[in-house]
Structure formats: structure tokens, C-alpha cells
Design a protein around this ligand. Structure first.
Ligand code: NAP
Length: 287
């Protein structure tokens, strides 16, 4: 029997509907949830992602503002812009679009965002909290992937999970979140010898490499839940890492590209922004 499709679009729409109501409730109480996106440089893929985030904000009633900075922006100038947003009470969530221009140190920038507004969950504080099992501001992609896996109804506890990616965006937070749910986790990357030794044992396989057909069916365990988080653009067409049709024949569940992890990442970003706005609101009302 071919794998069932993990429909991220459908699941994300359900999440967005609920968030729309919560955004409305906040507005009725005088708080307009607001997400600020900082974009340094002209990468067309980054522009596309920012546009998708703005569209989602509009759909559910979150205000969005984008700070466009030139490719040559200095680290100091970029941090200054972030600090302005940190102290702006009308902004509840801040996202710095990655990757940053080569001359900028990513860690410095993600740690400049106030942890209370760090809706991407990349700061040392929020990543540290995820390590403790506190996932309030966990990475949106990792949160989205966990939601997709949980939507299958299959228990994560006791499963072998393999993630091909070790970035702070996907692999590291996701590994912590799967560990927290008592999976046994392997993380693979460019220096991993014989990736198939790990993937073939994986009941849950997540790939986020960004290379078309990086994962052929031969290295997938039959019956696995397979999540494709990679994005590879060929002209206007979008592909993932998984060799979809052959893998679909042997997996139990498969999250496609497009329509799997992408919309879930955006929905979880909206969720994190609403969480940040609610936290701001309750502090304001306490005073
Ligand atoms: P990244 O830091 O470049 O991650 C790529 C990962 O793939 C790294 O861990 C890298 O390992 C590994 N890798 C590359 N070539 C490999 C190889 N030959 N064998 C094994 N591992 C290899 O970028 P990222 O931000 O995490 O994003 C990764 C992918 O996910 C991209 O395609 C991105 O577009 C996509 N993504 C999608 C969403 C979504 O919402 N759908 C969100 C975030 C990211 P090394 O570091 O050792 O090179």
C-alpha cells in the first residue's frame, strides 16, 4: 500500500483558522499582534519566503513590517536595527531572515534578538530552553515537523529517528524535540560516513539538505514516516530531497514538497507571534 500523504497545507490551514480567532481576541483587547521581519540582501529565495510570511500575517490579522537592509550592511548596523525593534512596544515578534550575507556572524545576530520576541527560536536562550523541554519559542520548522509526525497518530516514543541536517534551523532543535519525546535520534551531515547505515534503521526520517532526490528509496526503511524539509528550486519549480514516487511506494507516511513542511513552518511562525503578543498583553494588563 502506498504511503499516506502528510498534508501540511490542510493542517496549517486549521492552525491558521484558530490563530485568526486569537488575533481577533487580542485586537478586541487593544493589542494588534505584530511581526517584524529583517531582510539583509537581495536573495530571491529569501524575498519569496518573506512574502509568504507577510501573506500569512495578512490572512490571520497579524500586522507585519519588513526592514530591508542592503547586502553590504555591517554587523553593527544590523544589530542597531534589531535593538530598535527590541524596544518597540508595537512589535511582538522579530525574525531575521537567514541566511545572512557572508560577512555577518549568524550567532551574533540571532542572539541580538530579544528572547521574548525571538519567534524563530534561534537565540541561545530559546534553543537552551528547547534542550530543557520548554518549547514555547522552538524553531518553527522543527515545531511544524513535530506537528506533522504527531498528526499521524503514531507514537514517537521508542522510535528510531534520523535527521539529515544539523543546522539551528532544523536539525538541532528537532533532535532535541524528538529526544524529549523519547525517540532515539541520529543526526547526519556532510561528514557522516555511510548515511544509509542510519537512514535504513529510521522509523522516522527527516531530510533537510536542499538537494533534489538526495534520498532514494533504497536507503529508506519500509514503513517509515518520511518528512521532506529540503527545498531545491529549479526555475519556478520546487523540489524536495526525497525521491518522492519510489519512496511513497514503501513509506507509511510521506510529507511532500511543496505542501508539507513549508506551510507548517509558516503556521508555526504565526503561532509563535501570537504567543509573543499574548505574553506582552498579559504583562501589560498585570501592571
Ligand atoms: P543548511 O544549514 O545549509 O543545512 C543543510 C544541511 O544539509 C547541513 O546540515 C549540511 O551539513 C547537510 N548536507 C549538505 N550536503 C550534505 C551531504 N552531501 N550529505 C549529508 N548532509 C549534507 O540550511 P538550513 O537552513 O538548515 O536548510 C536546509 C534545507 O531545508 C534547505 O533546502 C532549506 O531551504 C530547507 N528549509 C525548509 C524550510 C521549510 O519551511 N520548508 C525551513 C527551513 C529550511 P553540513 O553543515 O555538514 O554541510
Amino acid at each position: 500500500m502506498p504511503a499516506k500523504i502528510l498534508d501540511g497545507k490542510k493542517l496549517s490551514e486549521k492552525i491558521l483558522e484558530e490563530l485568526q480567532e486569537q488575533a481577533m481576541e487580542l485586537k478586541q483587547k487593544g493589542i494588534i499582534p505584530c511581526l517584524a521581519v529583517v531582510l539583509a540582501g537581495e536573495r530571491p529565495d529569501s524575498r519569496l519566503y518573506v512574502k509568504k510570511k507577510q501573506e500569512a500575517c495578512k490572512k490571520i490579522g497579524i500586522e507585519s513590517k519588513t526592514v530591508f537592509l542592503p547586502e553590504k550592511v555591517s554587523e553593527k548596523e544590523l544589530i542597531k536595527e534589531i535593538e530598535k525593534l527590541n524596544s518597540d512596544n508595537s512589535v511582538h515578534g522579530i525574525l531575521v531572515q537567514l541566511p545572512l550575507p557572508m560577512h555577518i556572524k549568524q550567532e551574533k545576530i540571532v542572539n541580538a534578538v530579544s528572547p521574548k520576541k525571538d519567534v524563530d527560536g534561534f537565540s541561545a536562550e530559546n534553543l537552551g530552553l528547547v534542550a530543557q523541554g520548554i518549547e514555547t519559542f522552538a524553531s518553527c520548522t522543527a515545531k511544524g515537523i513535530i506537528r506533522l509526525i504527531e498528526s499521524t497518530g503514531i507514537k514517537i516514543m521508542g522510535k528510531n529517528a534520523c535527521i539529515i541536517n544539523h543546522s539551528i534551523v532544523v536539525g538541532k532543535p528537532l533532535a532535541l524535540m524528538l529526544l524529549h519525546r523519547n525517540a532515539t535520534v541520529s543526526i547526519c551531515h556532510r561528514a557522516t560516513k555511510n548515511i544509509s547505515d542510519f537512514t535504513k534503521k529510521a522509523d522516522i526520517l527527516v531530510s533537510a539538505v536542499g538537494k533534489k532526490n538526495f534520498v532514494p528509496a533504497e536507503i529508506v526503511k519500509p514503513g517509515a514516516i518520511v518528512i521532506d524539509a529540503g527545498i531545491f528550486l529549479e526555475g519556478k519549480k520546487v523540489f524536495g530531497d526525497i525521491d518522492f514516487e519510489p519512496v511513497k511506494k514503501i513509506a507509511s507516511w510521506i510529507a511532500p514538497v511543496p505542501g508539507g513542511v513549508g506551510p507548517m513552518t509558516v503556521a508555526c511562525l504565526m503561532e509563535n507571534t501570537i504567543i509573543a503578543a499574548k505574553a506582552f498583553a498579559s504583562k501589560k494588563w498585570e501592571k
